[in-house]
Structures are given as C-alpha cells and as structure tokens.
Design a protein around this ligand. Structure first.
Ligand code: PHE
Length: 444
C-alpha cells in the first residue's frame, strides 16, 4: 500500500521550518556587512520593502505550486504544467543538490569551530589564533571531509524521520533557541564600551550610499536569504495543509528572516567597534574576525561558543531544507521509501561535496581561476537561480495563473485582497528585476 504523504503537524511547526530554511549563513555573515556598506537604516528600509513585495510574492508562488502539485519540485511542475515545465523543477532539484554539497562543507567548519570554542571555553585569549586555526582547517582535506561527513550524517538522521516527526520537531526546538541565543548576544554586544560607534556605523541612514548598487545588492540578498528558486519553498509548500492561508503565513517568514539578519548586525558591529577590529564579510568574518573579537571579552569563550551554536542552527536548518528537496524527489519520482532515498541521496551529496572540502588544499585544481567551492556557488547563485525564478514567475503569472489564484485563495474560501498586486509583481515586476540581476551578476 502506498504510504500517505506527510504533512506539517502544526502551523507553528511549518513556520519554524520555513523560517529555518530561510535563515542561514547569509543572514549572519552577509546581510550586516552590506547594510553597513550601503547606507545603514536606508538599506534596511529598502530591504524590507523588497522582501515584502518581490520576495513575498515569489514565496507565495512557490508554496502555491507545491501545495497544488502535492509533490517534489519536479513532480509539482509536471503535474501542473506538463513535461516541459518540469525542467524548471529540475533546475530547483539540481540547485539544491549542488548547494547542499558545499553548504554541508561550510556547516562542517562550524562544527569544528564549536569544538574549538568548547576546548577554550575559559581561555578566550586562545581564540585570537583563529587565523591559523582557520587556515589549518580549510587546507586539511582530512578535517574538512570528516566534519562534512558528520554534518551530512546529522542531516540524514533528521530527514529520515520524516517531515512532521523529523524536520518539524527539530525546527520547533532549534529556531526559538537560535532566537534566544541571538538576543543574549545582542545584549552582550550592545553593553560593551564603545558599542554605540558600531550601531552608528551600522544604522545611521544614508540614502546617498544606497544608490543603484545598494538596491541591487538588497534585491539579490533578499532573494538568496529567502532561499527562493531552489525547490525548497515548493517542497515545503507541498506538505502544507489545504486549509492554511498561504498569503497570511508568508509575511511571518519574511519578517523573521529579516529580523534575524538585522539583529546579527547588532551583534557584529557593536562588538567589532568596541574591540577596534575591522569587520568584513563571509567566511573571514565568521571564522577569523569574530573569534578575535570574542577573545577580548570577559567570558569570551562562552559567548564564542554561543555564537557558533547559533551559526550552526542557522546552517543546519537550511541544510535540512535543501536535503528535503532532494529526498522528496527520490520519494515522489523514483518511488523510493524515505529511508532509502535519504541514505542514497545523502551519500551522493556527500561525495559531490568532497571536491569542495578539498578545494583549498594546496594541490586542488582550479576552474577558470576559481576554487571548486567558489565555482559551484557562483554558477548556481548567479545563473541557475535567477533563471529558475524567472520561469517560476512566468509560470504562475501567465501559464498556470487561474490555478494559482485558486490555490492561493483556497478555492475562493479565503479571499486575498492583494491578489492583483501579487499577479502584477509576478507577471511584470519580478521577471524584469530578475533579468537585471542575471545580467548584472552573470559575469564570471
Ligand atoms: N537562505 C540562506 C541564507 O540566507 C541561504 C541558503 C541558500 C540556504 C540556499 C539554503 C539554500 O543564508
């Protein structure tokens, strides 16, 4: 007998899982930096505007596709649009597969850092060696592969238990924990002497600095941050109960995603300014700069550990979401049971991650000047994702628009007043913005 398809057991659980999929590394190591660079509060205001129009509309579109299709990203497109459209679902599947292979490597680095911080819980000064620690880590294939494996094993273990019993249950615990740790760190950071300089740098509005470049950065970040166009929202939407009102739930996810990113900045800038260390972005910020900042605080080892636990929660809940896209494909398309799908896919993704795990080793090959991890990241983020998103917009805006309206309004039972605005964004605004992003970011 065919197993019944799993569903989210509660609305709260779904929201936590969806927020978990959105809140990831980018919220913490990227958003604060671009905010500081492009005009502080002016950037935050613009970012919120983009999130609540463009980001929100595509989130709604993807949830609707998933819930109507009641299948993985490939199956949902196939069911609603036929074989040709299922290619768009394929793009989502491939993106999730590839992204997870290196996302897991980076998540593994965080596990390694949790271990490093725990070992120095009461010797914060030793955290100032983070530069050497990080170099040792990323140039060691053995360490990177081991921690990548540990991380994949955890992701597989959660996903094997299913949507409501695995993913939902763990996200219901992890996401509130993330929020609590974040608040503690915000308070710690803001009460350091000299913290206000950091707040000023971060938030004093400067509309002049925003400019076109800032606006493009905000749009790209919003899109990436909401984990759109990689099958996640379609897959998570496919487990959503029929009676839930999609347009009512989506703003909560956008809001929490932005809030966490915003608060991360209130941890990073005040702490960096108070200790006189120049903040940056990306891996350098998280793995080299911040440990040095913590090294200068009383109980810095404890706060550093808290930070990396928070960082890991952000990473693993996104990794789980990416993995569910792939596992759902195995279940819905290949007709595997969940256990087999998770084990087989987990192994394949682990294997694909090995070149990323060894990308910084001294003899690693380079692809047109980029390391494997950077090359994979570039192709997916700058080419695959914008193209997929354009087709998602065309699909819900022009091809399957009657079906989409039906799904979003629960067959008319839950009227959605802003429907015309949503349709206008999907039909005209979003494809144009996405095309600009594609052209702008597409150069190797
Ligand atoms: N949304 C995540 C972030 O902001 C990034 C992410 C992208 C996660 C793709 C999963 C998949 O960091």
């Amino acid at each position: 007998m065919k197993e019944k398809r799993d569903e989210w057991a509660s609305r709260f659980g779904f929201l936590m899982a969806a927020a978990g999929s959105a809140i990831g590394l980018g919220n913490i190591w990227r958003f604060p930096y671009i905010t500081g660079k492009f005009g502080g509060a002016a950037f935050v205001a613009f970012y919120l505007l983009v999130g609540l129009t463009f980001g929100l509309s595509i989130t709604i579109a993807e949830w609707a596709i998933g819930r109507a299709g009641r299948s993985d990203s490939v199956g949902s497109f196939k069911k609603l649009g036929g074989n040709l459209w299922s290619i768009v679902g394929w793009f989502g599947f491939i993106s999730a597969f590839v992204i997870l292979s290196y996302y897991s490597v980076i998540s593994g680095w965080i596990v390694y850092y949790i271990k490093f911080c725990l070992q120095n819980l009461f010797h914060a000064d030793r955290l100032s060696t983070s530069d050497a620690v990080f170099t040792t880590l990323i140039t060691s294939p053995k360490l990177c592969i081991t921690f990548h494996l540990i991380n994949m094993a955890l992701v597989v273990a959660v996903t094997i238990k299913g949507v409501s019993q695995g993913i939902e249950r763990i996200c219901k615990v992890l996401m509130p924990s993330l929020f609590a740790i974040l608040l503690i760190l915000v308070v710690r950071s803001l009460t350091l002497e000299g913290a206000m300089e950091g707040v000023k740098f971060y938030l004093v509005p400067n509309f002049h600095n925003l400019g076109t470049e800032g606006m493009l950065a905000a749009t790209g970040q919003s899109f990436y941050s909401l984990s759109l166009a990689m099958g996640i929202s379609i897959t998570y939407g496919s487990y959503l109960k029929r009676e839930e009102k999609i347009p009512h739930l989506a703003p909560t996810v956008v809001f929490f995603d932005t809030l966490v990113a915003f608060l991360a900045g209130l941890v990073i800038f005040p702490a960096c300014f108070a200790t006189g260390i120049v903040p940056g972005t990306g891996p350098g910020l998280a793995f080299v700069t911040l440990p040095r900042v913590f090294a200068q605080m009383p109980f810095g080892g404890v706060f550093a550990t808290a930070f990396f636990v928070l960082f890991y929660i952000a990473a693993i809940t996104s990794a789980i979401a990416l993995f569910e896209v792939v596992v759902a494909y195995g279940i819905d398309q290949l007709k595997l049971n969940r256990r087999t799908s998770a084990l087989v896919m987990g192994f394949l993704i682990f294997a694909l991650g090995v070149p990323s795990a060894t990308a910084e080793a001294p003899s690693a090959p380079r692809i047109f000047g980029k390391g494997f991890l950077d090359a994979a990241d570039f192709v997916i983020n700058n080419w695959f994702i914008p193209v997929t998103a354009i087709f998602i917009c065309i699909f819900v805006g022009w091809v399957w628009n009657k079906g989409a309206k039906d799904e979003i309004t629960n067959g008319g039972a839950a009227p959605f007043k802003l429907y015309p605005v949503w349709l206008f964004i999907c039909r005209f605004v979003a494809p144009v913005i996405l095309a600009i992003l594609l052209v702008n970011g597409g150069k190797w």
